[in-house]
Design a protein. Structure first.
Length: 166
């Protein structure tokens, strides 16, 4: 069974397909332990989402994202807190959807937005996305699938198809 951290690692590896990193680099870039990165890569390989070369099977990943992520990694938005925008409130969907007064946010003390708390796939996500815009975009799109209404999910799905088909 894939854990939320495994999906986090898989999305990260998707942004590094041209030069797949080793376990130490994965751990350092994502703020996770080396053991966690090793176990995640093993589960991703066993699931068929990752090849031995550490290249992501993008078609399989897209299938999981579009049909399962909402149900497997479901989220119930929490109370109002300070954080970093996610889902439709973050790039790339923020340019096509009018923001609400209380957008979805990943809780973070140094966040710039007040909104409804959304539990990220891993606790290190809010710190990592500040320095990794491509990963931020993928994680926000996945959150749009996890918590968004039908229109938001449709826009996120279209954007993910474009990004993962290349």
């Amino acid at each position: 069974m894939l854990l939320p951290a495994d999906m986090y690692v898989c999305l990260y590896l998707t942004t590094r397909d041209d030069d797949p990193p080793g376990f130490e680099r994965i751990a350092a870039d994502l703020g996770i332990g080396i053991g966690t990165s090793h176990r995640s890569v093993g589960r991703l390989m066993a699931s068929g989402l990752l090849l031995r070369s550490r290249r992501v099977q993008r078609r399989a990943l897209l299938d999981v994202l579009l049909h399962a992520v909402r149900h497997v990694y479901y989220v119930e938005p929490g109370g109002v807190t300070r954080g970093i925008r996610t889902a439709e409130a973050a790039p790339p969907l923020a340019t096509v959807i009018t923001p609400t007064d209380l957008p979805p946010v990943w809780p973070h003390a140094m966040g710039d937005t007040r909104g409804h708390a959304v539990q990220p796939l891993h606790k290190s996500v809010p710190d990592v996305v500040k320095r990794d815009p491509p990963l931020y975009a993928l994680l926000a799109l996945v959150d749009a699938l996890r918590i968004g209404q039908a229109r938001v999910r449709g826009l996120a799905a279209a954007e993910l198809r474009d990004r993962l088909s290349s």
